[in-house]
Every structure is written in structure tokens, then in C-alpha cells.
Write a protein that binds this ligand. Structure first.
Ligand SMILES: Cc1ncc(COP(=O)(O)O)c(C=O)c1O
Length: 491
């Protein structure tokens, strides 16, 4: 058994990932010490299939990235085993000497990555992901049913910024608090700050959220701050999508104007799947009596994360954040983020050159929103045909869409492709793949008519269409496979 394990480790080239052959084995040897490929080949085969899918496809989902080997090593390390409820130095369990050091290191690096002084900003690195981080922010700053304003979901906001329909409160933000959205201008696609200002005066929110999931322009944090100040609201910036760009200094930072900033760590930041909350510390303002008024956010945010909402921190993820934040402070990371933006701009210009309409007319960041209405193709059909040729993206509402169930666009992002080494020339190739796929889709639609089910049937069964799809998929996959993916060789 031991020999088999060692042979596999060597065969798979994994000796560099810190795996060691156990010297002794105790009770339950087979369960405890076998590698996944021996203990659960059924699951391992699926993991390998997913890796193959990632390698031979082109990932254009704007919220995804391909994290580094170091981060993956943290995620599959012994740190996963430890319970450590509480903060460093104040844990509810013993045995946290090294876990404390790791979390403190993570906090320090998180502040450094964004150029923040520990006198002015604190950070909680324990949120399990972006959604729990945001709920912790609301729990910290609001009483139940206090008011929150965020960008509307169909206009590019996130569910956690509040979402409800005429008949149902969908997001917890709208169930436990009162949410009121602000919107983009349906023609320009740009955030309508004037309307936000008018509505904030009426609604008097406790929190205004500056954050996006699908918006290709930089946010005007100064304007958000002014509107928040006018209404005595907190400005909470959710920089989940753009935090890598912010760390690299390639777009404006929200920190100067915000009270609280949250982020996921797995999107442009390219770390593990987790969340982080930054909060202001120190002097907030000077009172009428000349005495300093201090921020009181630290305890409120920390208590909201634990014990209000979460239990034991995911220490493997916290280690992953620590190493990702170290990477985020390097010149290579800055170069990477510059290329992410350059690639997004190239993708945009390439598609515009072929006549595609891009919401807001361009991009300043890592993503763009293609409006397919003028082509006569729905977002769902485009998403489907692109997946058929191994190009992965998501359908998305575009400004002015009336049905969130039938969106007219697709969102495209460049973080993952740029991690694989794509530059402008490769992005030009991606443009031509997308255009060819749209043309096949339009042919298929001529046969199928407008219904998505009929369209899917034609794409997967019509001999001419399937022939074109197959040929294009082969071309995409041969191209994609040339570009490496960080991590373990085959899973
Ligand atoms: C702006 C924004 N905030 C929060 C989240 C939630 O993150 P998670 O999916 O990790 O819960 C997302 C995810 O896409 C996001 O785009």
C-alpha cells in the first residue's frame, strides 16, 4: 500500500507539493492515508474531468479566476483541521498558537496589499465568502429593517445588495432589512447618480452600497460619499469584483471615501474562495465640543462575523488569503492586472469592430457587457452556443431589459484568460471564436424559431449546425490547451 502511494505521488509529479509517505499507519489506514485517486476513483475521475474542462475551455466568467498553486496548497493543508472561534489571542479553543500567527499575518498583509495604515483601518479575514461578509456588514451597522440602497440586480448589482420582486423578498438583505435600489440610465448604461441622490434624500438609507457585479466602468466613490454624507448614511463599498485591480492600483480605490469595504478574495484578487471586511478605525470627526469622535466599527464588525453569524474560521482559507495578499503586493501582480484591463479593452474593441454593441460603450475594468439585442439573439442562446464550443460566459440583463428571465446580453471577463497568459493577440482569437459562434447561432435560430428549447434541440441535433459547432469546438479546444493552468497537473 505504502509503495503504491509513493509510486502515485512520484508518477503524478506531486512530490513538490509537500506530500510525504506516512512512516506508520494506524487504525483505519485505508480510509485515512489513501490518496483520493485510490480511495475514491469515482469522485477523482469527476475532478479530473473538471480539470480537463477548465484546460480545454476558454473561461470568460468575469467573477472567476484560476488561483495559484500556493493558494491550493493552503486549501488542502492541515490548517483545515483546526477550530479557532474568536480572534487571535482571544480564542474559545486551545491549540491556536500557529493559527493566531497565520491570521495576524493575513491581517497585516491584507492591509499592506491595499496600502492601508493599521491606525486608520482594521480588517476581519474570517468571512467564509462574499455573501456572508456582506451580511456581517449589515448586521454590524444596522438594526433589523434599517434601510439599505444598492445597485439594482438587473442593472449590475449583486443579490446581497438587496433584491425583491413585486411578490417576494429574494435576498436576505431584503428580508431582514428594507432595500431600495438605484439604477443605471437605460440609454447610457451608466449609474444614475442624480437619481440616487434624489431617492436617497427621500429614503434616508442607513447604508449606501458602492459595488457591482456587472458594470464596466469605475465607480465615482467621491459622489457616493457626498450622497451618503447628505443623509447621514454609511458608505459601504463592496469591491468584490475589482479588488485585484484596486490592489494593483490600476483603477481608483474605494478606501479614501468609504467607512467599510468588503471583498471576495477569489475573483480578480486570485486568492481562495473567501471574504474579507475592512473597517475604519481611529478618529471619525471632531464634535461641536472640539472633542474627537471615534469610529466604533471594529467591535461591531468583528462581533457580527463571530459570534452573530459564523462559527469557526476556515483557517486553510485564511492562509490562502495571506499568501494571495502577498502576491497582490508584487510587481508581477500589477503587470497581471494591467494586462487584465488591456485584454478587456481589446475584447471590447474587437467586438465593437464587428458591430457588437457594448453597454456603456466600453470598459475601464476586467469585464464588459455585450448587448445582443441588435443581433436578434438572446443572452441565453448566446451562452448556450458558446458553451457548446467550450467558451464559458454568463447571460446577463442589459440596461433597459424588461425581463430578468430573458436577458439580452452576455457578460465577458478577462481575469482567468489573463492568468493563463493571454495577451492581445490571443484575445483577438477569442473575438473571432465568439463571432463565429454567434453566426452559427443565428443560422440555428433561422431553423428553430425563437424558443430556447427548440434552439437547443437544433444546435444539438441538426446535422449542418452540429457539424459547424463540432468543428469550431475542436478549434477552440486545440487553441485553449496550449495555455497552462496553475495548480496540480491533473486535478
Ligand atoms: C459584488 C459582489 N459581492 C458579493 C458577492 C458574493 O460572493 P460569494 O459568491 O463569494 O458569496 C459577489 C459574487 O459574485 C459579488 O459579485
Amino acid at each position: 500500500m505504502l509503495k503504491t502511494l509513493c509510486t502515485f505521488v512520484i508518477k503524478r509529479g506531486l512530490s513538490n507539493v509537500g506530500m510525504v509517505c506516512p512512516k506508520t499507519m494506524g487504525v483505519g489506514d485505508n480510509l485515512l492515508h489513501q490518496s483520493i485517486w485510490d480511495s475514491d476513483p469515482e469522485l477523482f475521475d469527476l475532478m479530473k474531468e473538471e480539470k480537463r474542462r477548465q484546460r480545454r475551455g476558454l473561461e470568460l466568467i468575469a467573477s472567476e479566476n484560476l488561483t495559484s498553486l500556493s493558494v491550493l496548497q493552503c486549501l488542502s493543508s492541515c490548517l483545515h483541521n483546526k477550530y479557532s472561534e474568536g480572534l487571535p489571542g482571544q480564542r474559545y479553543y486551545a491549540g491556536n498558537e500557529f493559527i493566531d500567527k497565520i491570521e495576524l499575518l493575513c491581517q497585516k498583509r491584507s492591509l499592506e496589499a491595499f496600502g492601508l495604515s493599521p491606525e486608520e483601518w482594521g480588517v476581519n479575514v474570517q468571512p467564509y465568502s462574499g455573501s456572508p461578509a456582506n451580511l456581517a456588514v449589515y448586521t454590524a451597522l444596522c438594526q433589523p429593517h434599517d434601510r439599505i440602497m444598492g445597485l439594482d440586480l438587473p442593472d449590475g448589482g449583486h443579490l446581497t445588495h438587496g433584491f425583491m420582486t413585486a411578490t417576494k423578498r429574494i435576498s436576505a438583505t431584503s428580508i431582514f432589512f428594507e432595500s431600495f435600489p438605484y439604477k443605471v440610465d437605460p440609454v447610457s448604461g451608466l449609474i444614475d447618480y442624480d437619481k440616487l441622490q434624489q431617492n436617497a434624500r427621500l429614503f434616508k438609507p442607513k447604508i449606501i452600497i458602492a459595488g457591482i457585479s456587472c458594470y464596466s466602468r469605475c465607480l465615482d466613490y467621491e459622489r457616493f460619499r457626498k450622497i451618503a454624507d447628505e443623509n447621514g448614511a454609511y458608505l459601504f463599498s463592496d469591491m468584490a469584483h475589482v479588488s485585484g485591480l484596486v490592489a494593483a492600483g490600476v483603477i481608483p480605490s474605494p478606501f479614501k471615501y468609504s467607512d467599510v469595504v468588503s471583498t471576495t478574495t477569489h475573483k480578480t484578487l486570485r486568492g481562495p474562495r473567501a471574504g474579507v471586511i475592512f473597517f475604519r478605525k481611529g478618529v471619525k470627526s471632531i464634535g461641536k465640543d472640539g472633542k474627537p469622535i471615534m469610529y466604533d466599527l471594529e467591535t461591531r464588525i468583528n462581533n457580527a462575523v463571530f459570534p452573530s453569524l459564523q462559527g469557526g474560521p476556515h483557517n486553510h482559507a485564511i492562509a490562502g488569503i495571506a499568501t494571495a495578499m502577498k502576491q497582490a503586493a508584487t510587481p508581477q501582480f500589477k503587470q497581471y492586472q494591467q494586462q487584465v484591463v488591456a485584454n478587456a479593452k481589446r475584447l471590447c474593441v474587437g467586438l465593437q469592430g464587428l458591430g457588437y454593441q457594448i453597454a456603456t460603450g466600453g470598459t475601464d475594468v476586467h469585464q464588459l457587457l455585450v448587448n445582443l439585442k441588435p443581433c436578434g439573439l438572446s443572452g441565453a442562446k448566446a451562452e448556450f452556443i458558446l458553451e457548446e464550443i467550450s467558451v464559458v460566459c454568463n447571460k446577463n440583463t442589459v440596461p433597459g431589459d424588461t425581463s430578468p428571465q430573458n436577458p439580452s446580453g452576455i457578460r465577458l471577463g478577462t481575469p482567468a484568460l489573463t492568468t493563463r497568459g493571454f495577451k492581445e493577440a490571443e484575445i483577438d482569437k477569442v473575438v473571432s471564436f465568439i463571432h463565429s459562434a454567434v453566426n452559427i447561432a443565428l443560422e440555428a435560430q433561422k431553423i428553430s424559431g425563437p424558443k430556447l428549447v427548440d434552439f437547443k434541440k437544433v444546435v444539438t441535433t441538426d446535422p449542418t449546425i452540429t457539424g459547424s459547432v463540432k468543428a469550431l469546438r475542436k478549434e477552440v479546444e486545440l487553441f485553449a490547451e496550449q495555455f497552462p493552468i496553475p495548480g496540480y497537473p491533473d486535478y
